[in-house]
Design a protein around this ligand. Structure first.
Ligand SMILES: Nc1ncnc2c1ncn2[C@@H]1O[C@H](COP(=O)(O)OP(=O)(O)OP(=O)(O)O)[C@@H](O)[C@H]1O
Length: 261
């Protein structure tokens, strides 16, 4: 695999004559922690759907964990990719207990029992829920949880199969300030763990970039504005171009802020 977890070359996704993403080149290496930033409609979710093997590009080459998309059975690949996003919540049946949802992820299902789960599976699921601060919600119906609780449960679920690549689509969206700060702290801790998978987190806000994250990709109108180490990417010039307004960007310790200039 060459240390490369994800490789996109000239990747374009078109729908109805429109390009959702256009000519994207991107490499993610083992141990890297990426944030993908861009305004609404920039193509971030589309990019993550390609990276998680859920969407085939119209053009270009995609390699995930050393396998070429199109030349590999995606059902073998997907258990190695942890994914959490709003599209997952929408597919969970009403009445699904949190613990079932997490434990079934080891087999790529969304809470429906098609396998016999063993005690170690339940132990791991409970430990992950504990790690993300939601152990006491194990028996609850997923759909009765608050937005912040759902986000943490979905991350625990995404980690259940011990993935080599973890993709999180807007994990902080809809959280209040305390919830956001708690999530940023937990993601930072995960990022600092050398044994954690390669991480990609999509966000609209530079304030949500967890400390310990290493790289950034800026997306506007489906095209990459800049991609690379965070210190190089996070300039006022790059972010102003990405979000389409003059911005002042500051680094305060290990956190970032941006506001209109
Ligand atoms: N199936 C589709 N057919 C046509 N257009 C689509 C389709 N899916 C997405 N789009 C459009 O592609 C663009 C990129 O969408 P995408 O969801 O990837 O953006 P995003 O950066 O994740 O946006 P947001 O931050 O608002 O979630 C948007 O303009 C969207 O309306």
């Amino acid at each position: 695999m060459d240390g490369r977890v994800l490789g996109l070359n000239g990747v374009t996704v078109r729908r109805g004559g429109e390009s959702l993403i256009e000519g994207v080149d991107w490499s993610v290496l083992e141990g890297e922690r990426w944030v993908v930033l861009g305004p609404n409609g920039a193509g971030k979710t589309t990019l993550l759907n390609v990276a998680s093997s859920q969407l085939f590009p119209t053009e270009g080459r995609v390699e995930i964990l050393g396998e070429r998309l199109g030349g590999v059975d995606v059902f073998e690949l997907r258990p190695l990719i942890g994914y959490a996003g709003a599209s997952v919540s929408g597919r969970i049946e009403r009445g699904t207990p949190v613990l079932d949802l997490v434990v079934s992820a080891a087999y790529g299902y969304l809470g429906r029992f098609r396998e016999e789960y063993g005690t170690p599976d339940y132990g791991r699921a409970r430990a992950l829920l504990g790690h993300w601060g939601v152990a006491d919600l194990a028996e609850r119906d997923f759909h009765t949880l608050s937005e912040g609780e759902r986000k943490r449960v979905l991350i625990a679920r995404a980690l259940m199969a011990d993935p080599e690549l973890l993709l999180l689509d807007e994990p902080a969206a809809g959280l209040d300030l305390g919830g956001r700060e708690d999530l940023v702290r937990r993601l930072s801790k995960l990022a600092a763990n050398e044994t954690a998978p390669a991480l990609v987190v999509v966000s609209h806000h530079v304030e949500e970039i967890p400390p310990s994250f290493t790289h950034g990709l800026l997306l506007r109108d489906g095209r990459v504005v800049q991609a690379g180490p965070l210190d190089e990417v996070m300039s006022a010039e790059n972010l102003s171009e990405t979000f389409g307004l003059p911005l002042k960007v500051e680094r305060d310790g290990d956190r970032w802020t941006a506001k209109a200039a």
